[in-house]
Design a protein around this ligand. Structure first.
Ligand code: ADP
Ligand code: MG
Length: 251
């Protein structure tokens, strides 16, 4: 078996009496889209924040690209290629979509942003930013200030900003929250294009999206992974249906 991009081993995080992460182990393989589902309060976001380094676990290990990153701060993990989008929006609202992507490309090298050079005159940088904007479906919106973009467009831009840093793993925490059906369908299409090329850990309530996109699904209930398997296995698993899917209800 190939070495996983991400391996979480025996992770635990308690908030007082609430064990939000209870001995969680899971892996994300290169190019895999691994979905993490579970009811509200199951500990999905808590897991994501520990992976990206905003929250320290009480026990366990997080291994990224073969390296133990459990003790590394968030910025060092980002530099190693851990890309996070959503619920940590780092877009500059007054800047254009293109400027945001250009800043992200510039930041990739480790914050070597040169204040005295005008990046808007750098055509290579501009073209590279345009490429990412085209790939996420923002062609024609390049010059719009972020705050004038729609909700779904901002999510698309966040993905462009994350990808512009050339991540090895993308962490997405409910990217479809607040989106209408058309926006969700567009984002599902984008993620299906990206999977295979990027390892993606996707937390999502939209079961249509999860069942369309996921290579594997892990089900988290009360902080514990109760099952990991393919979409077909997860759909058929009686414990998963009882504990989470509740028949056809998504959550
Ligand atoms: P999910 O994202 O699956 O909805 P969360 O990870 O947000 O779940 O929360 C898991 C549990 O941990 C919940 O019971 C929540 O109330 C609790 N929790 C999350 N963050 C904190 C915190 N900073 N302080 C105390 N309790 C928290
Ligand atoms: Mg959450």
């Amino acid at each position: 078996m190939t070495e996983p991009v991400l391996a979480i081993e025996g992770l635990r995080k308690a908030f007082g009496a609430v064990v939000a992460t209870d001995n969680v182990s899971l892996t994300v393989q290169p190019g895999e889209l691994h979905a993490l589902i579970g009811p509200n309060g199951a500990g999905k976001s808590t897991l994501i924040t520990q992976i990206c380094g905003e929250l320290a676990p009480n026990a366990g290990r997080i291994v990224f690209a073969g390296r133990d990153i459990t003790a590394l701060p968030a910025y060092a993990r980002a530099r190693l290629g851990l890309g996070r989008s959503f619920q940590l929006t780092q877009l500059c609202p007054e800047f254009s979509a293109r400027d945001n992507v250009m800043l992200s490309i510039e930041a990739k090298g480790g914050g070597s942003f040169n204040m005295f050079a005008n990046p808007r005159r750098n055509t290579r940088l501009r073209d590279a930013a345009q490429d990412w904007l085209d790939r996420v479906g923002l062609t024609g919106k390049e010059d719009r200030a972020v705050m004038t973009l729609g909700h779904g467009e901002q999510r698309q831009l966040e993905i462009a900003v994350a990808l512009a840093r050339d991540p090895q793993l993308l962490l997405l925490d409910e990217p479809m929250a607040g989106m209408g059906p058309e926006e969700s369908a567009a984002l599902t299409r984008l993620l299906s294009e990206l999977k295979g090329r990027y390892a993606i850990l996707l937390v999502e309530h939209d079961m249509d999206a999860v069942f369309t996109l996921a290579d594997r699904v892990s089900v988290l209930v009360y902080g514990r992974v109760i099952f990991t398997g393919t979409v077909a296995e997860v759909r058929a698993h009686p414990d998963v249906r009882a504990a989470y899917l509740g028949g056809d209800a998504p959550c």
